[in-house]
Design a protein around this ligand. Sequence first.
Ligand code: SF4
Length: 387
Amino acid sequence: MLFTLANNPIPNWRLPEAAYIHIPFCAQHCGYCDFAIAIGKDAIRDNYLDALEKEISKLGRAHPVQSWFIGGGTPTELNAIQLERLCKILKQWLPLTGEAEFSIEANPDSTTEDKLAVLANYGLTRLSLGVQSFQEPVLQLLDRKHKNPQVERVIEDARKLKIPSISIDLIFGSAGQSLESWKYDLTRGLAMQPDHFSTYGLTYEKGTPLWKRMNRGEIIPLEDTEELAHYEAAIDTLEAQGMDHYEISSFAKKGKRCWHNQVYWENSAYYGFGMGAARYVAGKREVNTRDLDSYIQKSLSGQETIFQSEQLEPREEAVETLGLNLRRMQGANRERFFMRTGFHLNEITGPKKDYLVQQGLLKDDGESLSLTRRGRHLADWIVTKLF
Ligand code: SF4
């Protein structure tokens, strides 16, 4: 679907078929998080929705899309009335078409049955639940406040409402976490029979509370070899249960891949609305301001909310496309890459590509370039060496 030109002279990877909507509110600041968030701020959530509506209405007319991805922050911090209002805004300006996907990120402690019922009523197809761990010491280190029974309750509610796909986020490699402890999290997750897993290695982003604790010597990150063992365990355990490892951090049952995220890895166009949201339309990357008050004030007064804007040159776009394609297990197909970017893949990669292949980090079968199993854990480093 992403590659058809239809009757449109502009390739459809340049016209958004996916929309990301950012809800920045969170109950607390998790120590590892450097997303664009706002803690508390209950009083201005309606103002935020006013600002969001104003920003989206700048489209001027309804633009049908195939996916909504409401992310955060914690979208489920909004109450049921606010979620209903948000869905109505999206339905008006970005109506879903075809076999649409509607995903929302949710936290176990703020997701109630009435909120899920509203979302299900607007066609929610994917619930992405931020579980991170099933163990109290790990949850405490990450500053996560929910308890396991809340996870079980939300999944039960989602199933009652027939939400077709449930995804669980887990974090591995927390300071002090043993391999056995991580395998326990995987086993507990699998016991809930979700359709999708996203597993992320804990990172210490500069300036976050966890990064400060690390710098004060209060916590000691795992060695790279230990973290690699956690990642390998995730692949082995989840693949053994029939999960398809389709992207570095993503595992899905058959037919349950996240369509919206695949748009990013294809480097196709997408809309983005809300504080700190990024969008990619007609080769232009734009990011909104990460300052909540400024976002609301600017949007409501009709000013631009954009903080950064960059029109990519064709070669830059090709480089980005290859970097993103390599996140997928299928990698980058040479023919598609040429059709998509106008560049042959070998024109984009530098002399180190063959070296990376020899080292067993990349696989080049002549048709496609992809990461090997060893390379998956080093994807970011490989991409820096490739160009
Ligand atoms: S709930 Fe999610 S977005 Fe909010 S602070 Fe925690 S990790 Fe960040």
